[in-house]
Design a protein around this ligand. Structure first.
Ligand code: ATP
Length: 360
C-alpha cells in the first residue's frame, strides 16, 4: 500500500515573507494518479519536493504507506522521481541511464535488459538505446528520464512537469501513453503541471493550488464542471469560465436573472438563495447561439470570430461584458452581427461576492 498523507504542511523559504505552502493537507490514495496544478509560484514544486524529502517543512507531516517519513531522507522514502531538470548521466548511454536504478538495486542483468527494453518500447526510445544523452533532442532526454523513473517500479512516482520539453503534438501523444503506462503499473503518482489541459486529461483527481493553498480537489470533470470558486473556474478550461454579475428577480412564478436590462430564466432552487446579487458562471460550450430572439434569450453582439478547428470561438459583448461562446465549426457569423444567447439554467453556476460557489 502506498497511500500518501500530507498533514498541515507549512513551508516558508528563508528570506521570503509569504508561505510557499500554507497549511496543506491532502491524501493521495494507493494507486491514484493525482495532479497538482496551478499558476506559476503557487507552491506545486515545493509540495512535491516535501513529499520527495528534498525540502523540509517548517511544520506538518508526510506519511507514505502508513509510515511517517517527515524526518527521512529522500533515498529512504522508496520513491521514484522525474524533475523538470531531468538529471540523466551524460557519460552513460540511454540503456544504462534507463537501467540505472535497477543496477543500483542489484537486479539480475537479464531482468534489467528485459525491463529496459520494455520501458524503451513504451517511450519510443528503442532506436536510441546505444546513444549518449548529448546525441538526443530535449524531448528524447526527457523521455529517458521518465523511462528511468518508471522502470524501477517504485510504489510512489513523483513527476514535475516531465513533458515540458516536448512539442505540442508529442506532448499530447505522450500524455496518452503516460496515462496508459502508469495506469497499468498502478503506481501511486503525484504529477505537477501548470497546464490545465494536461491536468484534466491525466488525473484521477486534480488538486488546484493557489498561493500555497488548495483551492479545490476532486475528479477532473467535477472540478471543471463545479468550480468551488471563481479562481478555479477561471484557471481550468480554455477558454476560462465566463462570469456575469446578475440580480435575482423573484417577482414571477419562477426565479429569473436580470443581466443589464435583460432577463432570463434561473434555476428554481436559486429562489432559496438569501442574496439578490449573484455572479453567474457559465462555460463557453454551454451557451447556445441563435440568430433570432426567443424566450429567455439574451441579446449580444459578436466582436471576434476565432475558428479553432473543432469549433468556432466567439467573443461577444453582452451588456458591456465580454463572453466567450463556443459554436459548432459549421456556424457562420461575422464580427458586428447581433446574436441571441441561451443558457440552460441547469448549466449555470453561481458565485457569491467573495467568489465562493453557491451550491444549489
Ligand atoms: P512554477 O510553476 O513556476 O514552477 P510552483 O507552483 O512550482 O511554480 P514553487 O516553485 O513551489 O511554485 O514556489 C512557490 C513559492 O516559493 C514562489 O513564490 C517561489 O518564488 C518561492 N520559492 C521557491 N523556491 C524558493 C527558494 N529556493 N527560495 C526562496 N523562495 C522560493
Amino acid at each position: 500500500m502506498a497511500q500518501i498523507v500530507l498533514r498541515d504542511l507549512v513551508k516558508t523559504y528563508p528570506g521570503t515573507r509569504t508561505r510557499a505552502t500554507d497549511d496543506i493537507s491532502l491524501e493521495v490514495r494507493d494507486g491514484e494518479f493525482l495532479v497538482l496544478v496551478g499558476p506559476s509560484g503557487c507552491g506545486k514544486t515545493t509540495l512535491l519536493r516535501m513529499i520527495a524529502g528534498l525540502e523540509t517543512p517548517d511544520s506538518g507531516s508526510v506519511h507514505i504507506g502508513g509510515r511517517d517519513v517527515t524526518e527521512l531522507p529522500a533515498r529512504e522514502r522508496g520513491l521514484s522521481m522525474v524533475f523538470q531538470s531531468y538529471a540523466i548521466f551524460p557519460h552513460l548511454r540511454v540503456r544504462q541511464n534507463i537501467g540505472f536504478g535497477l543496477t543500483m538495486r542489484k537486479t539480475p542483468k537479464a531482468e534489467i535488459d528485459r525491463r529496459v527494453a520494455e520501458a524503451a518500447e513504451l517511450l519510443h526510445l528503442t532506436d536510441y538505446l546505444d546513444r549518449y544523452p548529448a546525441q538526443l533532442s530535449g524531448g528524447q532526454r526527457q523521455r529517458v528520464a521518465v523511462a528511468r523513473a518508471i522502470v524501477v517500479d517504485a510504489d510512489v512516482l513523483l513527476m514535475d512537469e516531465p513533458l515540458s520539453n516536448l512539442d505540442a503534438l508529442l506532448r499530447m501523444e505522450f500524455r496518452t501513453e503516460l496515462k496508459r503506462i502508469v495506469g497499468r503499473l498502478g503506481t501511486t503518482t503525484v504529477y505537477v503541471t501548470h497546464d490545465q489541459a494536461e491536468a484534466l486529461s491525466l488525473g484521477d483527481r486534480v488538486a488546484v493550488l493557489r498561493e500555497g493553498r488548495i483551492a479545490q480537489v476532486g475528479p477532473p470533470l467535477e472540478v471543471y464542471d463545479e468550480p468551488a470558486d471563481q479562481f478555479v473556474g477561471g484557471f481550468l478550461g480554455a477558454p476560462p469560465m465566463n462570469f456575469l454579475p446578475a440580480r435575482l428577480d423573484r417577482s414571477g412564478d419562477r426565479p429569473a436573472l436580470r443581466i443589464g436590462d435583460q432577463r432570463t430564466a434561473a434555476p428554481a432552487a436559486l429562489a432559496e438563495h438569501p442574496d439578490d446579487e449573484v455572479t453567474v458562471g457559465v462555460r463557453a460550450e454551454n451557451i447556445e447561439v441563435f440568430d433570432a430572439d426567443g424566450p429567455d434569450r439574451l441579446a449580444a453582439r459578436v466582436e471576434v470570430v476565432e475558428p479553432t478547428g473543432a469549433a468556432i470561438l466567439l467573443t461577444v459583448d453582452l451588456a458591456g461584458r465580454q463572453l466567450k461562446v463556443q459554436t459548432p465549426p459549421t456556424f457562420r457569423i461575422g464580427p458586428g452581427s447581433p446574436v441571441w444567447l441561451a443558457v440552460d439554467p441547469g448549466r449555470m453556476r453561481f458565485y457569491r461576492p467573495d467568489s465562493t460557489a453557491v451550491r444549489l
